[in-house]
Design a protein. Structure first.
Length: 217
């Protein structure tokens, strides 16, 4: 039986950076929907929005994502938007998609958009009896989550050994976001990161998550 899986991310590139291999893996036997809240216009570098959108549209096809919901909030603005406006938007998406599984940004993240969104998603995905959501996961972003310097205890690792090449192909399309070495957003260090999480989970390559809660799926 196919699950409806909803990925709620703050920015274009978050999903690929945080769980690109997992998306490729899960899209084989599930219906994947991606919801992005911000349009990718970095403050001071608004010109990157067009390039990020171009990469995103290619990556949707590469990773097997069935549907995209794209909102138009500006980057680094979610904390200035009324909480009820964000949760109302998300609740509407959840009603449309009826996901059994939801993935979103990690709350313990130095980027204010990531942490703000995570809190809003938790509100919308409370495990009430009438909610379609049976499992909620958070994913970290290289160069963002770890720089919160908070003790993050991952409890779920997904093997992406056979899906990592698609992940790297998608990430490389975000040319405005990739940095030179040494930097967590350098493609070589992203690969090392996948090897590291694979090594501590009994896999060659893996992506880490926090399972917030999980009922029978």
């Amino acid at each position: 039986m196919k699950n409806n899986i909803l990925i709620i991310a703050a920015h274009p590139d978050d999903a690929e950076l945080g769980m690109g291999g997992t998306i490729s893996k899960l899209s084989k036997n599930n219906n994947i929907t991606l919801c992005i809240l911000c349009k990718g216009n970095k403050p001071g570098k608004e010109f990157v929005e067009k390039e990020r959108m171009k990469a995103l549209n290619k990556n949707i096809k590469t990773l097997g994502i069935k549907k995209l919901y794209l909102n138009t909030f500006s980057d680094v603005s979610l904390d200035t938007i009324p909480h009820i406006k964000i949760t109302s938007y998300l609740n509407n998406i959840i009603k449309k998609v009826k996901p059994q599984i939801v993935f979103t940004n990690h709350e313990n993240d130095v980027h204010i958009d990531h942490s703000t969104l995570s809190k809003a998603v938790k509100v919308c995905c409370r495990p009430r009896h009438d909610s379609p959501v049976k499992a909620l996961y958070e994913f970290p972003i290289p160069g963002s989550t770890e720089w919160s310097f908070k003790n993050t205890k991952y409890n779920t690792f997904i093997d992406i050994t056979n899906h990592s090449n698609k992940k790297y192909k998608c990430i490389k399309r975000y040319k405005t976001e990739i940095n030179k070495s040494p930097d967590p957003l350098n493609i070589d260090f992203i690969k090392y990161r996948d090897y590291y999480f694979g090594s501590i989970s009994g896999n060659k390559k893996a992506e880490p998550f926090i399972c917030v809660y999980r009922k029978d799926v």
